[in-house]
Design a protein around this ligand. Structure first.
Ligand code: WTA
Length: 646
């Protein structure tokens, strides 16, 4: 974020109190939760844990003898699928809709909790029959269809560790993730629908798995009915497994600290990090944040528009809502298909009450214009949320006015794949919100803004956002890489979790998140490492070296700009630009396609050989250059600026 936009951000002083009518009915409307957490943080988390169904109660709430490998609710046992499904079939919720699925073409299926129970049990028993055991890794590469959620829940039922890979990733990315996890099973679909086209998921899977020796079976859901290749030895149809399966599968008794899932996320190197979450703490964290942040009511219909391939989909489509017995919408496609009012049309048709989406989507809706939502009846909405990146006050106000019709509180929720659960957020019946601020830590969460030396900065000053005490849903390690876990998160400030975000706390104690301070970009709310894109570019035969930066972008928050040096004798033509962009898409996926590629004869480096991306960002954003004293050869940058202008 530039100085100007930051000023614009923090200049906004309008306050929004929770509307009286909302507050009257809200689950929490006073500061009691905050007070109880303040009084005794661990007792507070234990009280939150009481809301989850345990097979055996924990021995200790929290253990830190092996820090930073913290343990929560150690000695306790439970099963996540039992909490998300079985539990509700024992109450009047058994006939309540758990999932309302709508495909992009308009097909739709509703599964009650009883129906979901049956599906999960059958698929779990099917997985067991083909030999999947507790602790095995299962990669899920699927469209947003009910079977994706059934597959996730089934893994948790039998104690297998799922690794969901976003369906927009390329076969190369899928392969890296299968390999790193040593998955024995991949669950996919023949394809999925996106903007009227078929995404060839099975074809991508075939390419990936061809180079993954760990994979024994590939399970395929028939979604679109396109022609695909089925390997007789390796591939199994989902519907055939279900046909043979049993109606009941005993839920595995899992230890609180048994691994629940791995989710790969971008870091500051070319290799994604396998973020590992465990069973008890994660479930407690997402269960209570879903309940209180979204002011859960039994009769609500909740819609989170994230993909299940990201943590938001894990925590707030699947585990948080279902463990609470909520009804969720699951939508396969894009917001502009067939028209730009698809979301609003669905909200009208299903009478959605709580809607959770990303600022980048809101900015796209703004650009499309308020006529689209105005055509639809959005009066069922009572609460709105955002996640994924800082929301600019203009977008906040637009969301408030045209989607919330001026009456819905907005919860701007800050969290990360690593944190598992929402950490900084308003409570909608309690918090007076300020557009652009994620407001305050959830009860039981302790955050601070520190300077380089580890001192807390004064209100109004920017610094690094850290979490000063552990929380239940925190990541436990990076899969197979505990050293990187320690280095990435715990080294900067010993004993404190380093988020990688810059932030400011104002005089009222409100947090304003300013974005990443490391080499991670936030492109339309997706985390992409600069190094990942650089590795993809360097992988092309014409490229010697590449430097990638995230440049401020109206719609996407940031857009990718790449500076590339070519092998001697090669010319940077327009065709090569297109070829390089396509190469990145092939290596990573369409979300990582660079907006611009510039050719340079050399890249600006420090004397120790580090590429100075910061200066390239200054060039790309048209700013005066920052400190250039450590540059090896200032002439290199002058050359790039010259070319950039033309
Ligand atoms: C950013 C997504 C400002 C932040 C749940 C964080 C936000 C990264 C917000 C994590 C927010 C997320 N305001 N920035 N409300 N929410 N971020 O792992 O930079 O995909 O570190 O998790 O997104 O992205 P991730």
């Amino acid at each position: 974020m530039t100085e100007q936009t930051r000023d614009k951000f923090f200049g906004e002083s309008q306050l929004f109190e929770p509307p009286g009518s909302f507050q009257e009915k809200a689950l929490v409307s006073d500061r009691r939760l905050y007070e109880s957490a303040q009084k005794n943080r661990l007792a507070f988390w234990a009280s939150m844990a009481e809301d989850v169904e345990w097979m055996k109660k924990w021995d200790t709430i929290f253990e830190d003898d092996d820090a930073p490998f913290y343990r929560w609710f150690n000695g306790g046992t439970l099963n996540v699928s039992f909490n998300c499904v079985d539990r509700h079939t024992l109450t009047s919720r058994r006939n309540k809709a758990a999932l309302i699925f709508e495909g992009e073409p308009g097909d739709s299926v509703t599964l009650t909790y009883q129906q979901l129970y049956r599906e999960v049990n059958r698929f779990s028993s099917g997985l067991k029959k083909i030999g999947v055991q507790k602790g095995d890794r299962v990669t899920i590469y699927m469209p947003m269809i009910p079977e994706a959620i059934i597959a996730m829940l089934s893994c948790t039922r039998i104690g297998a560790i799922h690794s969901v890979v976003f369906g927009g990733f390329s076969s190369d990315s899928l392969k890296d993730r299968i390999d790193d996890a040593d998955s024995t099973i991949v669950i996919t679909a023949d394809g999925g629908y996106r903007r009227g086209k078929v995404v060839p998921l099975k074809e991508n899977t075939d390419q990936a798995v061809a180079a993954c020796p760990s994979v024994e079976k590939v399970i395929v859901v028939k979604r679109v009915g396109n022609a695909i290749n089925m390997d007789e030895q390796r591939d199994l149809w989902y519907h055939e497994i279900i046909k043979e399966a049993d109606d009941y599968c005993v839920p595995e008794e899992m230890q609180a600290e048994d691994p629940l899932f791995i989710l790969y996320s971008s870091g500051t190197t070319g290799k994604p990090k396998g973020i590992l979450h465990t069973t008890g703490g994660y479930l407690v964290g997402v269960h209570c944040t879903f309940k209180y942040v979204f002011d859960y009511r039994d009769e609500d219909i909740f819609w989170c528009t994230a993909d299940i391939g990201w943590v938001t989909g894990h925590s707030y489509i699947v585990y948080g809502p279902l463990s609470n017995g909520a009804t969720v919408i699951l939508y396969e496609g894009t917001p502009d298909y067939p028209e730009r009012d698809r979301f609003w049309e669905m909200i009208e048709r299903y009478r959605v009450n709580v809607f959770y989406t990303a600022p980048t989507a809101i900015r796209a809706f703004m650009r499309w214009g308020e006529d689209w939502p105005a055509r639809r009846d959005l009066s069922s909405l009572r609460l709105l949320g955002t996640v994924g990146e800082p929301i600019n006050p203009e977008a906040w106000m637009w969301y408030h006015e045209y989607i919330g019709l001026g009456k819905c509180p907005i919860v701007d929720t800050w969290w990360q794949t690593e944190t598992g659960m929402i950490l900084i957020t308003p409570l909608p019946g309690v918090t007076t919100t300020k557009p652009g601020s994620a407001s305050q830590p959830f009860p039981g969460i302790e955050a601070a803004i520190l300077d380089e030396a580890g001192e807390e900065v004064e209100p109004g000053k920017g610094g690094f956002l850290v979490l000063t005490s552990p929380w239940p849903a925190m990541l436990r390690t990076l899969y197979k890489d505990p050293e990187r876990f320690k280095e990435t998160y715990w080294q900067q400030y010993p004993g404190k979790y380093f988020t990688g975000d810059g932030a400011m706390k104002d005089k009222d104690g409100y947090f304003w998140i300013m974005g990443r301070v490391d080499d991670v970009m936030n492109i339309s709310g997706h985390r992409i490492g600069t190094m990942e894109v650089e590795s993809a570019l360097v992988d092309h035969k014409a490229v010697v070296e590449a430097a990638v930066i995230g440049k401020v972008h109206d719609l996407k928050g940031q857009a990718i700009s790449a500076f590339v040096t070519l092998k001697e004798g090669l010319d940077g033509s327009d065709e090569l630009v297109e070829e390089l962009k396509a190469h990145v898409v092939k290596k990573i996926g369409a979300i990582a396609r660079p907006d611009d590629i510039f050719f340079a004869s050399e890249l600006p480096k420090t004397r120790s050989g580090k590429i100075m991306r910061r200066l390239l960002r200054d060039v790309a954003e048209g700013r005066a250059l920052g400190d250039t004293t450590t540059l090896l050869d200032p002439g290199v940058l002058a050359g790039i600026m010259e070319k950039y202008k033309s």
